[in-house]
Design a protein around this ligand. Structure first.
Ligand SMILES: N[C@@H](CCC(=O)N[C@@H](CS)C(=O)NCC(=O)O)C(=O)O
Ligand SMILES: [Fe+2]
Length: 284
């Protein structure tokens, strides 16, 4: 079975959001929707999510699920906003609870309940949900984050931040809970997918300004710039060396507060004010 896949690109964060639909029943799932955040103005908006809602209503699609592949560190998730607008249940990888624990401690977020209650469903390896008449399967995919999962449905696999387009290599593994060893293992699982799978990436950073691309195949990934000809040991060493050179994503410390709360922007106080907390360090 071949589901319809529609991609929506968020240029500021290089994120690819997807609507995957069962063509027979016209039911769909939304994967990794982006909530817009203007960092300098401290302003949330919903342009990306509203574009997706508009597409869904024009196509007459029923939304069965709103899914995140991992707690994103580089952008805010629009899962909760879309849940409010559509009533569809939200879900994320079950190990998000461990990630909530890590960040709650590091950044002192006592109000955050680290038990996954922010989503309607937590999906573990092998869990299956229905999208219309099609089955969407969860494959645990730790490495980039502990909680990362891949969603596969028919011949489409949403591999998010594991491997990107072959010219872009692989996802970083230096966030708390990330692991280059785990990512190698996850990539081995991807290599075992059926040869005809369409692989959809979670980001495209358009290296050398090339045209946007987000769909690859197992055959094309044999030339992946971080993987081709590498042994496990070489991959891990090179991945970790590259990770040491990468600055944190611009939005990380703010995005995690929203994303570990299921994509909820901060609640208003009595005066209608909303705050995110900016943790700082002192050291020289
Ligand atoms: N400059 C970007 C960096 C985004 C980033 O770190 N992306 C992650 C995925 S969430 C990644 O794996 N990047 C791969 C790489 O830069 O090698 C930002 O500030 O948001
Ligand atoms: Fe990511």
């Amino acid at each position: 079975m071949r589901p319809d896949v529609k991609a929506f690109y968020d240029a500021p964060t290089g994120s690819v959001q997807y609507v995957v639909a069962d063509p027979v029943s016209a039911h769909c799932a939304i994967i990794d929707p982006v909530l817009d955040f203007d960092r300098s103005a401290g302003r949330f908006s919903t342009t990306n999510a509203d574009t997706i809602l508009d597409y869904i209503s024009r196509r007459g699609l029923a939304v069965d699920w709103i899914l995140d592949t991992h707690p994103h560190a580089d952008h805010m998730s629009a899962a909760h906003y879309l849940h409010d607008r559509t009533g569809a249940p939200t879900a994320i990888g079950a190990r998000v609870i461990e990630v909530q624990g890590i960040w709650q401690e590091r950044y002192d977020l006592p109000a955050l309940k680290a038990d996954g209650r922010q989503w309607n469903r937590l999906l573990a390896d092998g869990d299956v949900v229905q999208v219309g008449g099609m089955e969407l399967c969860t494959v645990a995919a730790p490495g980039h984050t502990l909680a990362s999962v891949i969603y596969s449905i028919g011949d489409a696999a949403f591999i998010n931040d594991t491997i990107f387009m072959p010219d872009s290599g692989t996802a970083r593994t230096d966030f708390p809970g990330g692991s280059a060893e785990d990512l190698w293992q996850t990539i081995s699982r991807i290599k075992d997918f059926p040869a005809e799978m369409r692989l959809f990436a979670g980001h495209d950073y358009r290296p050398q300004g090339r045209e946007l691309a987000f769909e690859s195949s197992l055959a094309s990934q044999e030339g992946n710039t971080h993987l081709a000809g590498r042994s496990r040991q070489q991959f891990i060493q090179e991945r970790q060396a590259r990770d040491r050179t990468l600055p944190f994503p611009d939005l990380m410390l703010l995005a995690l507060q929203v994303n570990l709360d299921g994509g909820r922007w901060p609640g208003a106080d009595g005066a209608g004010r909303r705050f995110l907390k900016m943790p700082v360090e002192v050291g020289w």
